[in-house]
Design a protein around this ligand. Structure first.
Ligand SMILES: [Zn+2]
Length: 236
């Protein structure tokens, strides 16, 4: 059984310094569209995808409208055989969700949107178009109606059982960001052991991979261990 890589692309410029933080906020909160021609746009994602491609790991890469791929990212997604998806923000209604889906689709004619995830887990408003309430039951319904797979929820697994796929869905994922891990399910080694018999979704945000050494180290450690233990990474 394999590991499944889920990547939520949250920040247009990442947040590793003040300029990047402010630039990301301006495009997330005020402008709302992707700054495609700007210097360093999505450079944190480019760094992450270059690493994945060099390790021959493909994942599901979820974009907001304000982090829609530029040409370089599109090329890396295609080269790395990644799956492209929507990181949905305006989930107020089925109509707002569909309109966002069509917007992202129109901006990326070379890519196919096969699935989606939800931006934010319910507490904070995170962007101009962000509807903060987290309602997984609604997303499952929309997934059937629109025939776009709802890949996985944003839950934090409390134990290994929580991470398992139930009724073809993952409600919880293993977060590469340590502050979103339960202490009983903290170690990378435990995830590798579990992935020998079960499908496990691991979630990472490239802005954190770029900004925090501990996130990068944990991800690279997971990749190295998966190779040693012959645990595959799949897309489907
Ligand atoms: Zn997000």
């Amino acid at each position: 059984m394999p590991l499944i890589l889920r990547v939520d692309v949250d920040k247009p410029f990442g947040h590793s310094n003040l300029i990047r933080k402010i630039s990301s906020k301006v495009f997330e909160d005020i402008i709302g569209t992707p700054p495609l021609k700007f210097y360093k746009y999505l450079s944190h994602l480019i760094e992450f995808l270059e690493y994945c491609n060099s390790e021959k790991i493909s994942g599901f890469i979820y974009h907001r409208i304000c982090t829609s791929p530029n040409k370089k990212v599109t090329d890396l997604l295609i080269d790395g055989k990644h799956k492209f998806g929507l990181h949905a923000e305006n989930t107020k209604s089925y109509e707002t969700f569909l309109s966002e889906f069509h917007d992202l689709k129109k901006r990326n004619p070379k890519l196919i949107i096969e699935s989606f995830t939800k931006h934010g887990s319910g507490q904070l408003k995170l962007g101009k178009y962000h509807y903060p309430i987290y309602e997984p039951a609604k997303y499952r319904e929309w997934s059937k109606k629109a025939n776009i797979k709802y890949q996985s929820g944003n839950g934090i697994a409390q134990n290994t059982n929580d991470l398992l796929c139930k009724n073809d869905e993952f409600d919880n994922v293993f977060w590469l960001e340590r502050e979103y891990r339960n202490e009983d399910l903290f170690e990378i080694e435990k995830i590798i052991e579990l992935a020998k018999t079960e499908n496990v979704v691991v979630l990472i945000h490239p802005c954190n991979y770029h900004s925090f050494k501990v996130v990068k180290d944990d991800f690279q450690n997971l990749v190295n261990l998966s190779k040693e233990e012959k645990v595959e990474w799949i897309v489907y």
